[in-house]
Design a protein around this ligand. Sequence first.
Ligand SMILES: NC(=O)c1ccc[n+]([C@@H]2O[C@H](COP(=O)([O-])OP(=O)(O)OC[C@H]3O[C@@H](n4cnc5c(N)ncnc54)[C@H](O)[C@@H]3O)[C@@H](O)[C@H]2O)c1
Length: 442
Amino acid sequence: MKNRHNVCVVGSGYVGLVTGTCLAELGHSVVCVDSDRKKLAALKSGRVPIYEPGLEELFKKNIKAKRLSFAGSIKEGMNRPGRRAEVVFIAVGTPPRDDGSADLSAVEAVAEDVARNLSGYTVIVDKSTVPVETGDWVSKTVARFNKRAVPYDVVSNPEFLSEGSAVEDFLHPDRVVLGVTSKRAETLMRELYAGVDAPVLVTDVKSAELIKHASNSFLATKISYINAVSALCEKVGADVSLVAQGMGLDKRIGPLFLRPGIGFGGFCFPKDLEAFYWIAKKKGYDFSLLKAVKDINEHQKTWVMRRIEQQLWNLEGKTIALLGLAFKPDTDDMRFAPSVDIVRMLSERKVKVRVTDPVAMERARALPEFSKAVFCKDAYDCVKGADGLALVTEWPQYRKLDFKRVLKLVRNPIVFDGRNLYDPEAVRAAGFTYCSVGRPDR
Ligand SMILES: NC(=O)c1ccc[n+]([C@@H]2O[C@H](COP(=O)([O-])OP(=O)(O)OC[C@H]3O[C@@H](n4cnc5c(N)ncnc54)[C@H](O)[C@@H]3O)[C@@H](O)[C@H]2O)c1
């Protein structure tokens, strides 16, 4: 293949492993590095340690084709015999600190290690989501530890994939953003993405960094906006799904991300929103809109609790069945999942909690909030003896729930639909009291 490159991806999590696997699928020779020994052992034994549709197939195919391999150190990953890495991706975590700022210590550690192992011109790509000006810091760090003055460029290439459709999103994105400082780096990056059919936007590094934070915060704003509208709908007896439909028909608004629910979670929106607010403040701008977006989301996370209180009077000793735990369907990711807050709130009120999820139970079991929860094999097992059923994650299998069967299993036929998944008339016709977000109860 023309313009096939040797690539090293540092950090083999949701983003790094998908990036590495997809770049291998595009024909490049990729080594994924991770410092987590357990994860590395799984990868080396041919096992995908996360759940992501379509990933396992590409992973196995590219290992077999010898385009994808794994290493436990940056040194090993960057200097494979005869295949020196021309591009190194930084795809490590950038978790939130207590004050909301992004913890960039893993990015700094990788930049230093990469600098120590440079042996020829290398493009160092920041794929992790980082605050504006991180590229400058990465560049300064590399310069400090690059004792032999090997030439390099730092590029910002933010990732927009969503968990649950990560492979599809990587290979067919809406856009590829390249924040570059040289034509040489731009050419190499364009060659890397040559097999991806998407518009390429080339910018300076700071603008690329801002595109990522601004995009995620805008999407979070859209969700909080419709959730705020849903709260008003509940107060006046209007139907938010009709309001959203009417808004979404306006081409300037569009229908996507106008679905009300129990708030956004996951590893990206909450932390990116906070980090964007924090960096703006540090730079002297009070981005107060983002504060309001966060506050609305925090309030929305109490929706299930508030509705249960309205319907069940005394909560102590009652049983609630939660369907879905992952922060969204088609992922096993439990980071900042609304289910964690809901289970914590229910447990504080001494409610017995039964839970189920098609793939996220193993990760949930490891969380202290779930220590008293009863894990059930499927939705029907979960609703047994329940005083209420709360739909938390809209997995496709829950869409087809047989409510006649559920009616025979529950103690009290009430549905709290936190994702407005069900047709209100159909659930009511099956004999349930039905509560959904921003739509009248009956
Ligand atoms: N998860 C998403 O949907 C998503 C989407 C777009 C962007 N992002 C961003 O991408 C970045 C990575 O997110 P993720 O979800 O893949 O995180 P993750 O926690 O799943 O993966 C990070 C990996 O990096 C490894 N790591 C940490 N320090 C290391 C080091 N010094 N050397 C080698 N490996 C190291 C960890 O062991 C872990 O496996 C974050 O900045 C995130 O905000 C995430």
